[in-house]
Ligand binder design. Structure first.
Ligand SMILES: C[S@@+](CC[C@H](N)C(=O)[O-])C[C@H]1O[C@@H](n2cnc3c(N)ncnc32)[C@H](O)[C@@H]1O
Length: 416
């Protein structure tokens, strides 16, 4: 009976509600209340009255649950950030993006780590989506205006450390929309130092090499870099790390097939190839299999046996009967002899197979040459990044010297 008395106020409240209640007997003989499975709604007016009755001061409606708590703090005017709860799924995404090219391509997102890289990216106009940081101080060092549309998420340094690839993580990682070179604005100093010198990369597979080459290209003042299909993704974390910000200093055009390379080059360009192949061997084998490895050592005398005019050789079959793609003959010269004209491009071959037949055809069609870095006989080819550095900085030296000579001719014209 005591239990029944306890229920009485609840029962009376329930009876006020439309739809009615029915009583049922509980397991231990105590009457408990159950909602009727069928609710008959009164006409609209009565429902309003019932609602009013529910909202009377004596009968307050049950409080609506509050929205999920999001702790937001200010990092400056108009700059709000959240604190990540343990197990926040956005943190997991970071790792996925970092590791999967497929994910990066599919979602059009890239991962950038470290203060300097993120600052460079923001200044070049890259669009941040989410920024993970461990202290508010990190945000203060970045251009504030560029952060306003990003999700800012404060996480524990230990978490960043556990995702980070860096030896000394800085506590700052960002997910950005994949930058579009056509929409980037590169640093003024880079633009004013830019030379009519382009770089084409042919199957560079190693992330460390690609990053190092991009860094050298930016340092030499290259106008842009073209990456043919087969090169490693430049947005891979290891490439970004080795690139040291080069990605945001000059246009990098990716995933090109050889047919579309010429349309990405300025008109009238000469394309040269950096080549470790011994031109002496070229006389005997005017054609090589497409993609097959070629002689690895640099020549003693690169000029001796080659013809100066490039010409395409016909297709042939090799000993095993596989159809080969013929490569044209190209004149060879040492890299330190004059090869620059305005504009000029250099192709660097891949680590495994060296220069492709496509690269050699492009060079032949533009009147380009093989550029040879002489090495001690018996020493194998140079690392692609080292070769790129040597050739690019020599190209820079030649272009600047020519520029200086032209300047002097204009200042002090020789009287006819
Ligand atoms: C590691 S090498 C390629 C080795 C490859 N196994 C071959 O035999 O061709 C990669 C690229 O670096 C450049 N390179 C390496 N050594 C060079 C040299 N001595 N002179 C000019 N370019 C060189 C070439 O563009 C070459 O295709």
């Amino acid at each position: 009976m005591a239990a029944l008395r306890k229920l009485t106020p609840e029962l009376s409240r329930s009876l006020l509600r439309p739809g009615g209640l029915r009583e049922a007997v509980g397991r231990r003989g105590v009457r408990v209340l159950r909602r009727s499975p069928v609710r008959v709604l009164p006409p609209q007016k009565e429902r309003g009255a019932a609602a009013e009755a529910q909202q009377s001061p004596r009968e307050p409606p049950p409080p609506t649950p509050p929205p999920p708590a999001v702790e937001r703090s200010s990092a400056g005017p108009g700059l709000w950030y959240e604190k990540a709860a343990p197990g926040d799924r956005r943190l997991g995404k970071v790792v996925t993006i970092a590791k999967s090219k497929k994910f990066r391509d599919h979602h059009g997102k890239v991962l950038l780590e470290g203060h300097r890289l993120i600052k460079d990216a923001l200044e070049a106009g890259a669009v941040p989506q989410t920024l993970f940081f461990s202290t508010v101080g990190h945000l203060k060092e970045l251009p504030e205006a560029k952060l306003k549309r990003a999700n800012l998420l404060k996480v524990k340094f230990e978490d960043i450390k556990s995702w980070s690839d860096l030896i000394a993580p800085q506590g700052l990682i960002g997910i950005f929309s994949k930058p579009d070179h056509a929409k980037m604005s590169y640093p003024a100093t880079q633009l004013t130092s830019s030379l009519p010198l382009l770089l084409i990369l042919d199957n560079i597979r190693d992330p460390g090499n690609l990053g190092t080459i991009l860094r050298s290209a930016a340092g030499a003042g290259c106008e842009k870099v073209l990456l043919t299909k087969g090169c490693v993704d430049p947005w891979e974390p290891k490439v970004l790390r080795a690139g040291m910000g080069a990605h945001f200093r000059l246009p990098i055009i990716t995933n090109l097939d050889w047919e579309s390379v010429p349309s990405n080059l300025p008109a009238g360009i000469k394309v040269c190839v950096a080549d470790n192949k011994d031109p002496g061997a070229q006389v005997e084998t005017a054609s090589v299999l497409k993609g097959a490895g070629r002689a690895g050592s640099a020549p003693g005398n690169p000029k001796a046996p080659v013809k100066s005019k490039p010409q395409a050789a016909p297709e042939h079959k090799d000993k095993e009967g596989a159809t080969g793609v013929c490569v044209p003959e190209l004149a060879a010269q040492y890299y330190y002899e004059n090869w620059t004209q305005t504009p000029v491009a250099v192709v660097i071959g891949g680590e495994t197979h060296g220069l492709s037949a496509d690269a050699l055809h492009l060079a032949a069609s533009t009147g380009g040459k093989r550029l040879v870095i002489p090495v001690v006989p018996g020493v194998d080819s140079l690392n692609s990044a080292i070769a790129a550095g040597i050739v690019l900085f020599e190209g820079k030296r030649q272009l600047l010297r020519r520029h200086k000579q032209e300047d002097e001719r204009q200042k002090f014209p020789v009287a006819a």
